[in-house]
Write a protein that binds this ligand. Structure first.
Ligand SMILES: [Zn+2]
Length: 121
């Protein structure tokens, strides 16, 4: 039985979990939660499942920022931003009626120069 120190029921951060009985249970859950390859070939959205994506949307609606939310999931704050802006998990968002924020929000401080640099590399 895995218990959470935080209130995020689908949290996979091992630092936020403590084991009620068997240590193996926690490691099993963590390995499942991180089943996706970590080699960077994924866009990040596939590292979580639909329920986790929808919980993230709920946390966004509660006013948590990207960095706070990213603590609980195997995603970076910029990947949380993609969910916030509707670039990831669109269908999951429609299911729960989650409204995306405008793409010019301050949560994506990507300058034109940064975008240019990425294309040049
Ligand atoms: Zn947590």
């Amino acid at each position: 039985m895995v218990c959470h120190k935080c209130d995020v029921t689908l949290c996979i951060n091992p630092d936020h979990l403590f084991v009620g009985t068997a240590k193996d249970n926690m490691q099993d859950m963590i390995s499942k939660g991180r089943a996706a390859p970590q080699d960077g070939s994924n866009n990040g959205a596939s590292k979580i499942d639909r329920r986790q994506a929808q919980q993230i949307m709920g946390m966004i609606q509660m006013g948590m920022n990207n960095t706070e939310i990213a603590e609980h999931f195997p995603l970076t704050h910029s990947q949380i931003s993609s969910i916030r802006l509707g670039k990831s998990w669109k269908e999951a968002a429609y299911e729960i009626g989650f409204c995306h924020e405008a793409a010019n929000d301050e949560t994506t401080p990507v300058s034109k120069q940064t975008l240019l640099d990425r294309h040049l590399k």
